[in-house]
Design a protein around this ligand. Structure first.
Ligand SMILES: Nc1ncnc2c1ncn2[C@@H]1O[C@H](COP(=O)(O)OP(=O)(O)O)[C@@H](O)[C@H]1O
Ligand SMILES: CC(=O)N[C@@H](CCC(=O)OP(=O)(O)O)C(=O)O
Length: 289
């Protein structure tokens, strides 16, 4: 295909998504190096300049764990959520809001994308409450994860104001409790909640696998399209498991709340987001109603 054919193939998608909000979740495992970060940031700016309204929620799990290691604290996860004491929460705020978010903003600005970083605490963007203790299989007493939060409400007016004024919001998954305490949020969950609250057309989750695979050890078994009605069976059969479950659950909830489609794609692959949005077959897994 020559350069002009590429543009022509993209035209229906450029028209369809004109002025639509696209929520992109930058996953910690997808941002493996500076090159991946630069490339993803440039592609995000491209979306903006062809008429879409991108918003970003970022993760950073691996970097939080590295910082904890350096400070002699052992990272611990229960059912995919980090056990978060006060000291860990301080590290999380430093890494997510202090470092990763500002790095993403720098990359976006380098490509002339007017970006602004916000944690869920800024202007009470993400109200949350502390997750209650819960029963975990194989453990006798109920487990308290500490300062881990569940989202109650998103201040979508602030985000609307920013995107209407051509900013790209870059949001760290930190919630604020009613008493002002910071709470650690799972970044996929936060991304889904933000996508629903702003009425995003799409939620794109960048991760480190090609998408949902029939056999997670074989990249050639990619499932390109999944209806949400097919998901319970895929989970029951054990095809979707582990870290993919919270992503899929986030997608189902977002779609039930009005997001038109969710996409799980490999953020390490150059221009994955552009292939997914602008080509007929896409590159990862699309989840839809
Ligand atoms: N059917 C599946 N297809 C792809 N990955 C799967 C599947 N089932 C489980 N997984 C696991 O989910 C992981 C992705 O989740 P996770 O590691 O939490 O990503 P991230 O750090 O980007 O949030 C994959 O690395 C893989 O091990
Ligand atoms: C509660 C909880 O587990 N929060 C996550 C927040 C970061 C995150 O989710 O980052 P990824 O998307 O890169 O995994 C954590 O502490 O690791």
């Amino acid at each position: 295909m020559n350069e002009i054919d590429v543009l022509i193939e993209a035209l229906p998608y450029i028209k369809k998504f004109h002025n639509k909000k696209i929520l992109i979740k930058y996953g910690g495992h997808a941002m493996i190096d500076d090159e991946a970060m630069t490339s993803t940031a440039r592609d995000t700016v491209l979306l903006k300049y062809v008429g879409m309204k991108p918003l970003i929620v970022h993760g950073g799990g691996p970097e939080i764990s590295r910082s904890m290691d350096k400070l002699g604290k052992e990272p611990k996860f229960i059912q995919g959520l980090r056990v978060t004491d006060e000291e860990t929460m301080e590290i999380i705020e430093m890494v997510l809001a202090g470092k990763i978010s500002t790095e993403i903003v720098s990359e976006l600005i380098k490509h002339d994308g007017d970006a602004i970083s916000l944690s869920g605490k800024d202007s009470s963007l993400i109200y949350a409450h502390k997750k209650g203790s819960s029963k975990i299989e194989g453990i006798e007493e109920e487990v308290d994860l500490g300062l881990v939060g569940e989202v109650d409400q998103i201040n979508s007016d602030l985000l609307e104001m920013l995107v209407d004024n051509n900013y790209i919001p870059v949001i760290s998954p930190i919630g604020i409790a009613e008493d002002g305490t910071s709470l650690n949020l799972n970044a996929d969950t936060a991304a889904g909640e933000v996508a629903s609250s702003v009425g995003a057309e799409k939620l794109i989750i960048l991760t480190d696998v090609p998408g949902v695979l029939r056999d997670p050890s074989d990249p050639s078994t990619l499932i390109q399209k999944i209806r949400i009605s097919e998901i319970p069976q895929l989970i029951e059969e054990g095809i979707i498991s582990g870290g993919m479950i919270p992503k899929i659950e986030t997608c189902v909830k977002a779609i039930e709340n009005g997001v038109k489609s969710c996409h799980i794609i490999d953020g390490r692959k150059e221009h994955a987001m552009l292939y997914e949005i602008f080509t007929t077959n896409g590159i990862g897994t699309m989840i839809f109603e």
